[in-house]
Each structure stands twice: as structure tokens, then as C-alpha cells.
Design a protein. Structure first.
Length: 155
């Protein structure tokens, strides 16, 4: 479980206990003296749990927790010059979630260069390599492999 989710759960539990103990003296204000202490504590725990879960829900609505997504960039070679992002997204989308597609073009003529890069979730990328490398697409056999990650430059 993620550390952020564990922190939210601990905060909710702590709020529940604090509200339960704080609720004991408040029961006299709302005429529940006839209820036994352990029942008052149980009511306090229930109210505290409800309030804590509502607060946690509000926090998650304000700042939703997003699971880290492991992305992988694929090199796609031997593309037909008429290939489009839409067609590639449809093809590679069968293997997993596609985040970005970059088709390389000549800087001067703006004509396609026949290769590109696709950023996918990691498991989908592995599946795409296994299933789509040397797969016939628009009359050409695709070359699908992991892209070389650019070297990070220290400034």
C-alpha cells in the first residue's frame, strides 16, 4: 500500500478515536445520560468514524490520490509514411494504455520519416513488443523495441 494512503488511514483512525473520547462529555448535552458509558463510547466511535471518513473523502476529492504509473517509451520503426497517430493509438491500445505518440518528420519538408515513439504503461509496452514487433501494419513489418532513454545532462 502506498505511504500516502497509509497516512490517510492513520489520520482517519486517530480522528475517530479523538472524536469518540470527545463525544463522551457531549452526550450529557444531548440528553443521553441514560445510555451506559460503553454505549456512549460506541456511539462516539461511530460518529467519529463517520466524520473521519467524510473528512478523508473530502480530502481525496480536493486532491485525488493518483497511483504512480510506470511508463515506457517504445521505438516504432518501418512505419508506412501514411500512418497516423489515430491508427497507431488504435493498434497499440490493444496492448495497453497509450499516453503519447510522436511521429518523426523531416524538419524542412515536414514529410514523415517512417519512425516514431510511443509512450505506454510498462506492462502494455512489454506486451506490444511481444505482439507487434514484425507485425504487418499498412503493408510494412513494424519494428517495435524499447527506446533508448536520453542521457540526463548535469548542468
Amino acid at each position: 500500500m502506498s505511504a500516502n494512503i497509509v497516512k490517510l488511514l492513520l489520520i482517519a483512525i486517530i480522528l475517530t478515536v479523538i472524536l469518540a473520547f470527545a463525544g463522551l462529555p457531549l452526550f450529557s448535552l444531548i440528553n443521553l445520560e441514560t445510555v451506559a458509558n460503553h454505549q456512549q463510547f460506541a456511539w462516539g466511535m461511530g460518529a467519529g468514524a463517520l466524520i473521519a471518513s467524510l473528512l478523508t473523502g473530502i480530502i481525496l476529492l480536493i486532491k485525488p490520490y493518483q497511483l504512480p504509473i510506470h511508463k515506457q517509451t517504445l521505438f516504432i520503426g518501418n512505419l508506412a509514411f501514411k500512418s497516423s497517430e489515430r491508427e497507431l493509438r488504435k493498434l497499440f491500445g490493444q496492448c495497453g494504455e497509450v499516453f503519447t505518440i510522436r511521429l518523426m518528420t523531416d524538419k524542412v519538408t515536414r514529410k514523415p520519416r517512417g519512425y516514431g515513439f510511443i509512450e505506454m504503461e510498462k506492462n502494455g509496452a512489454k506486451r506490444a513488443i511481444a505482439e507487434l514487433n514484425e507485425h504487418e501494419f499498412m503493408g510494412r513489418d513494424l519494428r517495435v523495441s524499447l527506446a533508448n532513454e536520453p542521457a540526463k545532462q548535469d548542468n
